[in-house]
Design a protein around this ligand. Structure first.
Ligand code: AHM
Ligand code: MG
Length: 343
C-alpha cells in the first residue's frame, strides 16, 4: 500500500509529465480501457443476479462455447474504444477478423488487441476472470487500420495490461517504465494505486500448469515438472502446484509471489492453447517489465511475429530463473533432465 491516494488518471498524467519525450497520447486509450473495465466489473459482481451467466449457445472462432459475459465484455470494450478517435483498428479474441472503427468516428494512430474476458470457463463458479489488453502503434499510414497493424511482435507494444475481477478488482499495466497495480475502490468508482513498481522474485516456489495434459507432454516437459516435485533443500523443491485455470489470476499470483506458469504444446496441440496476440504477448511485456521472463520454450515471446490473429503459442512465463531452467529441460541440457536416464 502507498502512503498517498493516487488515482489511475492522476498517475497516468504524472507519468506523462515525468516522460515528456514519450508520446502520452495513447494513455487516453488506457483510461478508456479502465472505464470499460469498471463497466465489466459492475456486471461481473452482479452476475448471479442478472441474466449474464451461462452460455449464449454459440461457439467462437476458437471453437469454444461463448459465454454471455464474454459477449458483454467484448461489446462494452468495443463501445468505449469505438468512439475515442485514437484508434485505427482493434482485434479481439472473440472476433474472427479485425474490427474496423465505425465510419463516423475519427481514425487514430493506435491499435488495441484484447481478450475481453479471459478464463471464461470459470465464470459460472464465481472464480477469478480477467481482461487482457495490448496497445500498439499503427504501421499502416492512413485510413482504416489493417490486419498488419494488429500482427506486430510483442516488443512493439506501447502498453500492456490486465484487469483481474476477483476478491478485489485490480488493473495492472506497463508502458515500458515498470509495472504498476491499481485496486478498484467501488465506493468512489476509481482505480487507486496500490502496487507501484511491481518486481517479481527471481525464483519462485510455485508452478501453475494443467497437469491433466501430462500424458501428452514432451519428455522434457514431463521431466521438468517431475523434477519440480522432487525434494531438494538447495533449490527449494518441491514446488507448490497452484492452478486457477484463469491465466490472469495465475499470472497475477505468480507475479507477486514468484513462480512459473506453463502452457506447453503437446501431442494434440503442438502450439498449446494460448493466443500470442491477446494473452502471451501482453503478459510477456508485463513479466519482463517486472524483472520476469516469457518464452515459447526456445525464444522470447516478445520477439515472435504473429502470422495470424488467433495464432497460438506455448507459454512459459514468470520468474526468470524458473523460465530459464524450464527452457533447459525442454532442450535436454539441464542436468536434472538426464537424472532418470543415468539412474
Ligand atoms: P479463454 O480465453 O477461452 O478463457 O482460454 C484461456 C484460458 C486461460 O485463462 C487459462 O490459463 C487456460 O485457458 C486454461 O486452460 P485449461 O482449461 O486447458 O487448463
Ligand atoms: Mg483468453
Amino acid at each position: 500500500m502507498t502512503d498517498r491516494f493516487v488515482t489511475l488518471s492522476q498517475f497516468v498524467l504524472q507519468q506523462e509529465r515525468d516522460h515528456p519525450e514519450a508520446s502520452g497520447e495513447f494513455t487516453g486509450v488506457l483510461l478508456d480501457i479502465a472505464l470499460a473495465a469498471k463497466m465489466i466489473n459492475a456486471a461481473v459482481i452482479r452476475a448471479g443476479l442478472v441474466d449474464v451467466l451461462g452460455a449464449t449457445g454459440a461457439t467462437n472462432v476458437q471453437g469454444e462455447r461463448v459465454q454471455k459475459l464474454d459477449v458483454f465484455a467484448h461489446d462494452t470494450i468495443m463501445k468505449v474504444l469505438g468512439s475515442t478517435g485514437q484508434l485505427a483498428v482493434v482485434a479481439s479474441e472473440e472476433d474472427e477478423g479485425i474490427v474496423p472503427m465505425p465510419d463516423d468516428a475519427p481514425i487514430g494512430k493506435y491499435v488495441v488487441n484484447f481478450d475481453p474476458l479471459d478464463g471464461s470457463s470459470n465464470i459460472d463458479a464465481n472464480v477469478n476472470i480477467g481482461t487482457i489488453f495490448s496497445i500498439l502503434p499503427r504501421i499502416s499510414r492512413k485510413g482504416h487500420g489493417t490486419v498488419e497493424d494488429c500482427l506486430q511482435a510483442g516488443r512493439r507494444q506501447l502498453c500492456a495490461g490486465y484487469v483481474l475481477y476477483g476478491t478485489t478488482t485490480m488493473l495492472v499495466y506497463t508502458t515500458g517504465d515498470g509495472v504498476h497495480g491499481f485496486t478498484y475502490e467501488p465506493g468512489i468508482g476509481e482505480f487507486l494505486l496500490s502496487h507501484p513498481n511491481i518486481h517479481t522474485p527471481a525464483r519462485g516456489r510455485i508452478y501453475s500448469a494443467n497437469e491433466g495434459n501430462y500424458a501428452r507432454w514432451s519428455t522434457g516437459m514431463k521431466r521438468y515438472v517431475d523434477w519440480l516435485k522432487q525434494e531438494s533443500r538447495a533449490t527449494g523443491r518441491p514446488y507448490s502446484g497452484r492452478y486457477v485455470g484463469s491465466l490472469v489470476a495465475d499470472f497475477h499470483r505468480n507475479l507477486l509471489y514468484g513462480g512459473i506458469y506453463l502452457y506447453p504444446g503437446d501431442g494434440r496441440n503442438p502450439d498449446g492453447k494460448l493466443r500470442l496476440l491477446y494473452e502471451c504477448a501482453p503478459l510477456a511485456f508485463i513479466a519482463e517489465q517486472a524483472g520476469g521472463a516469457a518464452s515459447n520454450g526456445e525464444r522470447r515471446i516478445m520477439d515472435l511475429a504473429p502470422g495470424s490473429l488467433h495464432q497460438r503459442s506455448p507459454l512459459f512465463l514468470g520468474s526468470p530463473e524458473d523460465v530459464k531452467e524450464c527452457e533447459a529441460f525442454l532442450a535436454g541440457t539441464h542436468e536434472g533432465a538426464n537424472e532418470e536416464r543415468r539412474g
